[in-house]
Design a protein around this ligand. Structure first.
Ligand SMILES: Cc1ncc(COP(=O)(O)O)c(C=O)c1O
Length: 433
């Protein structure tokens, strides 16, 4: 089948006249060969407006852990929405969902629901600041915590050298329009260096309210925490009485029902769940230990939102978790992910390419580099992005859809045959690169 994109190109032209850049999220601009329009998806497959069929390893940037259009999710949303959408009040399934998260997530004693990861992250900061009376949070280079002002720093840089010394990095804005003072809300340092973290906290202890980390650095290289690093973060937080915040927007429901905190057996004070929680419906949760979250309970910390926990989103989350509990796809997702990682690595080596594949399996990253391991954001500057772009476009033209920065997601809908197809296509592509 020859892939072509003319219908999407026409729709994009029309769209650009009314949607800024033709899209509703910056990341959607950078699809190959341009922003595309999709018509439907089922299981591991998704179809665009030109009728091209793709094996989807983007899972819509993570949420579709059950694949596209899972019947139980769609039916639950439809059934529960038929009786109402939003009440400016409580409803029964909302409690059921909170009870469920309380049972499966180690740190989820109390929680609130929001609409997306970005605002749940901000809620966590507010709680941390209120409890400690301090304002600065420590975050790590290359970790993504949403697009809002105070986390829009430290996620991009013109080069590795431009980042300067690890002890006192240069921090670049990701966007124009950021108030300069939002840069000072955080101290940004390289990840996976516990000695450095300890020093920075000690030097700044009068100002630090929290340390926030992705438990796996999914957004840049899918880098696993160094041995003992998360435990070390936990310990430093205890030592200084500051909040240990895990941003589980990607790892949540992906490494297991209890997220990375269960997988790594490190319990944060506050954590954020979103993406895979509800199969693509807009709901997130900020969850935490009672010690911290009681500030919201008593109304000292305000958290609000007209659209929070509407019927469709809550039904989608409950249905998604039900399927994950009943089908128990995790072992399979790890196994398929690791098989795909190995298959890609073997195919690249056979064709004479040096690639680095990192990640736990249900998500992983492929990059072209001489490095044998990347341990932080600085290492990702060795990745050959033009070559990756070529690989991704050639895979796309063969019906394999991957996130543009080299990240792959495995869903419960992927089959072993899907994995084999992806490896076969990659073999073809590595040969012609
Ligand atoms: C780790 C992490 N945190 C926060 C966010 C922001 O979530 P959202 O896009 O739902 O606002 C993302 C989004 O990709 C993420 O990957």
């Amino acid at each position: 089948m020859k892939f072509h994109y003319s219908r999407s190109a026409q729709l994009l032209e029309r769209s650009r006249k009314v949607l800024a850049g033709g899209v509703s999220s910056e990341f959607r601009k950078y699809n190959y060969p341009h922003a595309l329009f999709y018509t439907h998806g089922k299981g591991s497959l998704v179809y665009d407006a030109d009728g091209n069929e793709y094996l989807d390893f983007t899972l819509s940037q993570g949420p579709l852990i059950l694949g596209h259009s899972h019947p139980h999710v769609l039916r639950s949303v439809q059934d529960y929405s038929a009786s109402g959408q939003l009440y400016a009040g409580q409803h029964i399934k909302e409690v059921e969902l909170a009870e469920k998260l309380n049972a499966i997530i180690p740190s989820a004693a109390l929680m609130r629901f929001c609409l997306d990861g970005s605002e749940a992250v901000q809620t966590a900061f507010r709680v941390a600041r209120a409890k400690t009376g301090k304002t600065k949070f420590i975050r790590f280079e290359g970790h993504y915590h949403g697009w809002l002002d105070n986390v829009c720093w430290g996620i991009s840089a013109p080069s590795r050298d431009a980042l300067g010394s690890p002890e006192n990095p240069e921090v670049f804005p990701w966007s124009a329009g950021l108030p300069a003072q939002t840069r000072d809300e955080s101290i940004v340092i390289p990840w996976n260096d516990l000695g450095l973290l300890q020093k920075i906290v000690e030097d700044n202890k009068a100002h630090i309210c929290a340390i926030i980390t992705e438990p796996v650095m999914c957004n840049n290289g899918c880098i696993l925490p160094a041995e003992g690093f998360l435990e070390g973060v936990r310990k430093v937080c205890d030592q200084y009485g500051i909040a240990c915040i895990f941003d589980e927007v990607i790892t949540g429901f992906r490494l297991g029902l209890g997220g990375a905190q269960q997988y790594f057996n490190v319990t944060p004070d506050i954590s954020i769940f979103a993406k895979a929680m509800a199969s693509g419906y807009p709901i997130s949760a900020v969850v935490g230990k009672r010690d911290w979250m009681h500030l919201i309970e008593e109304g000292t910390v305000i958290h609000a939102g007209t659209m929070n926990s509407g019927n469709p989103t809550v039904a989608a989350a409950l249905a998604t978790i039900e399927v994950l509990e009943n089908e128990k796809p995790y072992e399979r997702m790890f196994q398929y992910g690791r098989k795909l990682m190995k298959g890609l690595e073997d195919a690249a080596t056979a064709a004479g390419h040096k690639i680095l594949i990192q990640g736990p399996g249900p998500m992983f990253n492929l990059s072209f580099t001489d490095l044998v391991a990347a341990k932080n954001y600085r290492d990702t500057f060795s990745f050959n992005k033009p070559l990756l772009g070529k690989f991704i476009s050639e895979m796309h033209n063969r019906g394999i859809r991957i996130i543009g920065r080299g990240l792959w997601y495995i869903s419960a809908a992927h089959t072993e045959a899907d994995i084999d197809i992806a490896i076969e296509k990659a073999k073809e592509v590595f040969e012609i690169l």
